[in-house]
Design a protein around this ligand. Structure first.
Ligand code: GDP
Ligand code: IMO
Ligand code: MG
Length: 424
């Protein structure tokens, strides 16, 4: 960690890499943890001492009682879901109200944004994005079209602004012929959520963060989603609606590029994707089913089956390039414990053409694999890299050689304790 700097921990594939777990593990080394993009489409799982939490909007640094957590201006927030999430933490005994600060510039997800999300998906027919249905796309679209409602509006003429925006949404839905919805109960919970949010510091978090940095303290920026779901660099249009890459840290928190320190790029020892879109390494056979079963690859937010496949070095190298990754973190190595052979996609192939770099559109490209012998050893109780089997060391060495970036953490289980620092 770097004093006076913002380090970023970013998912560099299709999300669900294990960001929540590692942010929780890293938090003792930081003064502030901040989310800079996304909203309740995220589902970050943290497991310790037999307890499990899934966080959506609240940063994963919240379990360290002394630390400030920030929901930055680049985020979108659903007051009803936020209230449910925050109350779960309060019920579990965590005091959060004074140390969870929310940017006045973050945008609010209205109940009608969620209806619009469903309506736009329905209108797409077969080309559905497979969104989480949390209103993310409509809320970010509204931000870009300068008609959105922001957290700061809770403090300034809120009701009139809300009613006007809701009426606008109702008109759009009518024009789309999408009238079969009822938000009465949802709206009631949402308005309660607005009142609940007033109990938290709603602040100019960009000013706060810059003061923290000026005082020589350090910040951990927690990514949501992953690089291949980034609105600019992902597999458009099958992406989310925010910048999930390192550039998004600056715009999503209001910190300058020269404040950025380490960029931790987190990935699984294999690949998953949830939702639609091209996925060249996807396995449709029993190996894919085995990865899903052993890795419990079911969505933390929607419960959907995650699509599974082998590690994709072409995608990984692209993500490392656009993010400027300085350290790699490999998660879920233990999921591969029983596989006799482990494959890695090293190139894409289509109609006799081989590509070593990520094309503009990955649709229709097939994976070219390199095979590695599996370690066939239980990694879950290991605590030091000295215990690692030779096959795992070879696998890691290959990734480091191909990417030119060191793998500094290897995770061997979902618990906080199952995290191995490679430098020790
Ligand atoms: P995030 O969205 O990036 O925070 O990741 P998710 O929480 O959506 O998905 C990661 C899943 O893998 C969660 O269920 C974690 O509990 C689990 N997990 C994290 N690290 C490991 C690991 O090293 N091994 C195994 N077996 N599970 C892990
Ligand atoms: P975390 O932070 C995995 C996917 C959805 C869909 C696409 C667009 O837990 O890694 P959206 O609701 O954002 O408009 O959906 O993006 N998606 C995720 N996949 N992990 C996530 O977050 C995701 N957030 C969105 O499945 O394909
Ligand atoms: Mg997740």
């Amino acid at each position: 960690m770097n004093k006076g700097k913002v380090d970023a921990l970013l998912g560099i594939v299709f999300g669900d890499e294990g960001k929540g777990k590692v942010v929780d593990v890293f938090t003792p080394g930081y003064d502030v943890v901040a989310r800079f993009a996304g909203g309740p489409n995220a589902g970050h799982t943290i497991i310790f001492e037999g307890k499990k939490f899934v966080l959506r909007s609240i940063p994963s640094g919240i379990f360290d009682e002394g630390k400030i957590n920030i929901i930055g201006n680049g985020c979108v927030i659903a007051p009803d879901l936020f209230m449910a999430e925050a109350m779960e933490l309060e019920t579990a005994g965590y005091s959060i109200k004074d140390r969870l600060h929310i940017s006045k510039r973050a945008h609010l997800i209205l109940p009608t944004h969620r209806v619009l999300d469903r309506a736009y998906e329905a209108a797409k027919g077969k080309a559905k994005v497979g969104t989480t249905g949390k209103g993310i796309g409509p809320t970010y679209s509204e931000k870009a079209s300068r008609t959105g409602l922001r957290v700061g509006d809770i403090l300034e003429g809120f009701t009139a602004k809300y009613q006007a925006l809701k009426a606008r949404h109702e008109q759009i839905l009518k024009d789309l012929n999408y009238t079969d919805y009822d938000i009465t109960a949802e709206e009631e919970a949402w308005l309660k959520g607005i009142e609940y949010m007033r109990q938290f510091p709603l602040t100019d978090t960009e000013v706060e963060l810059n003061e923290v940095l000026k005082a020589g303290k350090n910040v951990l920026a927690e990514g949501a989603q992953g690089t291949l779901l980034d609105i600019d660099h992902g597999t458009y249009p099958f992406v989310s609606s925010s910048n999930t890459v390192s550039g998004g840290v600056c715009t999503g928190l209001g910190v300058a590029p020269n404040t950025i320190g380490e960029i931790f790029g987190i990935f699984k020892a294999y690949s998953t994707r949830v939702g639609s879109g091209p996925f060249p390494v996807e396995l449709f056979d029993e190996t894919g089913d085995k990865l899903r079963e052993i890795g419990h690859e079911y969505g933390a937010v929607t419960g959907r089956n995650r699509r599974c496949g082998w590690l994709d070095m072409v995608a990984l190298k692209y993500a490392i390039m656009v993010n400027g990754v300085t350290q790699l973190i490999m998660m879920k190595a233990d999921v591969l414990d029983t596989f006799p052979t482990i494959r890695v996609c090293v190139a894409y192939e289509k109609d006799g053409v081989t590509l070593n770099h990520m094309p503009y559109n990955t649709e229709g490209w097939n994976a070219v694999y390199k095979d590695f012998p599996g370690w066939q050893t239980d990694l879950t109780k290991m605590t030091s890299p000295a215990e690692f089997p030779a096959e795992l060391n070879d696998y890691i060495k290959f990734i480091e050689q191909e990417t030119g970036v060191p793998v500094t953490i290897v995770s061997v289980g979902p618990d906080r304790a199952q995290t191995i620092n490679m430098e020790k």
